[in-house]
Design a protein. Structure first.
Length: 581
């Protein structure tokens, strides 16, 4: 039967494999099973030991720590392929028997969110976080040993490095991950969560979770979390499983939590939330110095979070202003209501199909929203004419791309959006307007919009004609490939249609279904879930406005509710909220 082994990946022992029988020691002393000649490795650094449940890696009180991946560990159940880092050395744990097992169905293992449980949490150490923050860098009252000074220097270096990493991130969604990664690099945590208070509802919102728990909920002590938030304390719990004062139902004992730490996130006396970490099954995993490290990290983390929130609010204000401009066109040109939103969604699908980055998709969202902004300069009589335009009227309509570009030219921040306005009526064969550009002379933003704009024009209803069947419109795109349309962009939309990615964006796609409603804002028909009942709220999948579903004479319809939050066509994956006690 294949035997478990550790394979050294770096250093002088690179490529050498060490079989694991019952146990195996790792350290700088020559009497270890794996002798690592590295000054960053302790004499007796770590132990690998087999038991009935598998193979455990244990740190033996080393100075520089034992890591699996980027996580510092005290005890860790190894899995095939795990990378162990000790000093400058890396080792890979190999268990061929594990590898041979059929992989678990990941789709069936749905990770739950954070769940609060109340309970008397027994033995804990609670100190004002502000006091810890002020005293962590103070000189000791008595003379420090050389080892104490070395340890203090190492901690300061770690905190400085972590702060540099955190402060360099401005994207709020990425910032939470960076904060938690730095915490796991500094303290031996198994699970962690960042919780913020929602301003309006004052409820806890789970912003980021890092946990090895696959099926069960990640249970967090509401008693500890609320105490830390309300009092501004830093809390450390010890060896909960051995404390007789715990009640049988307390969340810590029921979840096999051996140690937990929780500290507030405070910015200029404004409490934002908390950071909570714990270990499972490892007694006395955290010590006071770990709590000091967590507090030292929480201050800069809170500043970075608040700054990122400010930046997000500024960005959202900018986007909302652009959406107001786009809405002004929709209000004037009511014959093409919803056109802006459908075109923008078609563009986003094309961009994703072509592999555009998230940043470029965000730009495309705003470009799509503003592509027809130049229609502000077109007379109402032309915009609202129900019939075909005369040649003179059509000539006046053709000024809108240039007028839109001119409207944006005095704002440097809007310059990247100008190609979406200026070139969306150019044709690939050079017969478009305003400049008659040909092929790749046309910026790609204009080529994508030309496809999306034309496709929506063909499939949407107008007062003087009914929209085409989508299959006919797709055939027209295919016919115009290489003449009216850029081949790559038009083929991308065709692929999206064939894959069913744009059905829900089409204005009338779901009109014939019994359980469907027309969005009162963008006019697109929306298919209702089977379990929805009159009075329920539902979101339009095109303009993302919140609607209330109503019923009259056995027919469904919708009313638009006041917008309580930002409109965002690039839908992020939102973290799961958590309920308070």
């Amino acid at each position: 039967m294949p035997q478990e082994q550790l394979v050294v990946l770096t250093g002088t022992l690179r490529g050498k494999a060490f079989a694991i029988a019952d146990s195996l020691t790792i350290g700088r002393n020559p009497d270890n099973d794996i002798h690592l000649d590295d000054l960053q490795v302790s004499r007796k650094h770590a132990l690998v030991q087999r038991d009935a449940k598998g193979t455990m890696l244990r740190d033996l009180g080393s100075g520089n720590g034992t890591f699996v991946g980027t996580r510092r560990i005290l005890e860790y159940r190894l899995a095939h392929g795990d990378i162990i880092r000790i000093g400058m050395q890396e080792l890979r744990y190999e268990a061929p028997e594990m590898e041979a097992k059929p992989p678990e169905n990941k789709e069936e293992k749905v990770r739950s969110g954070v769940r609060f449980e109340a309970g008397r949490e027994g033995r804990l150490e609670a100190t004002s976080a502000e006091n810890i923050y002020q005293t962590i860098f103070e000189a000791p009252e008595t003379s420090a040993t050389e080892q104490q000074l070395r340890d203090a220097q190492k901690r300061l270096r770690a905190i400085y490095t972590a702060n540099q990493v955190i402060s360099s991130e401005q994207d709020l969604s990425k910032l939470f991950a960076r904060v938690m990664d730095q915490i796991f690099a500094l303290v031996p945590a198994h699970n962690g969560v960042i919780l913020l208070r929602e301003g309006a509802s004052n409820e806890w919102v789970q912003e980021y979770v890092k946990t090895g728990l696959e099926v069960e909920d990640f249970v967090v002590s509401s008693t500890i979390v609320n105490r830390v938030y309300d009092k501004g304390e830093a809390v450390l719990t010890y060896d909960a499983a051995e404390d007789s004062r715990f009640e049988a139902g307390a969340s810590i004992i029921s979840q096999n939590i051996a140690s937990a730490m929780c500290v507030p996130l405070t910015h200029q006396n404004d409490r934002l939330g908390v950071v909570y970490v714990d270990t499972r099954g490892t007694a006395n995993a955290f010590v006071s110095s770990d709590l000091e490290l967590l507090v030292a990290l929480s201050g800069p983390a809170a500043i970075a979070i608040r700054n990122a929130q400010y930046l997000r609010d500024i960005e959202q204000g900018y986007e909302d202003t652009l959406i107001v401009l786009a809405n002004s066109i929709e209000l004037r040109d009511h014959y093409t209501v919803g056109h802006t939103w459908r075109v923008t969604n078609f563009c986003l699908q094309i961009g994703k199909e072509l592999g555009w980055t998230e940043e470029k998709l965000k730009e495309m969202q705003m470009g799509g929203v503003l592509h027809d902004i130049g229609k502000i300069a077109v007379d109402d009589a032309i915009l609202r004419k129900p019939g075909k335009l005369t040649d003179e009227e059509y000539a006046m309509m053709k000024i809108h791309p240039e007028r839109g570009a001119k409207l944006l030219q005095d704002v440097p921040r809007l310059h990247p959006l100008i190609p979406y306005c200026l070139y969306h009526h150019e044709r690939y064969d050079g017969r478009g307007y305003p400049y008659g550009l040909k092929g790749e002379e046309i910026p790609v933003e204009g080529r994508i919009l030309a496809v999306a704009d034309t496709f929506d024009a063909m499939t949407s209803n107008r007062p003087y004609r009914k929209g085409l069947d989508p299959e006919i419109a797709i055939s027209e795109l295919e016919k115009g490939c290489g003449t009216q349309f850029d081949p790559e962009c038009s083929q991308a939309l065709v692929r999206c249609y064939r894959a069913g990615k744009i059905d829900s964006i089409l204005q009338d796609y779901f009109k014939k279904e019994v359980r469907s409603i027309a969005c009162p804002f963008c006019s697109t028909f929306i298919r209702l879930p089977d379990d929805i009942v009159p009075g329920d709220e539902h979101e339009c999948n095109v303009c993302h406005r919140t609607l209330r579903v109503l019923e009259k004479n056995q027919a469904y319809y919708a009313e638009q509710l006041p917008q309580s939050g930002p409109v965002n066509l690039v839908r992020p994956v939102k973290p799961i909220g958590v309920d308070p006690d």
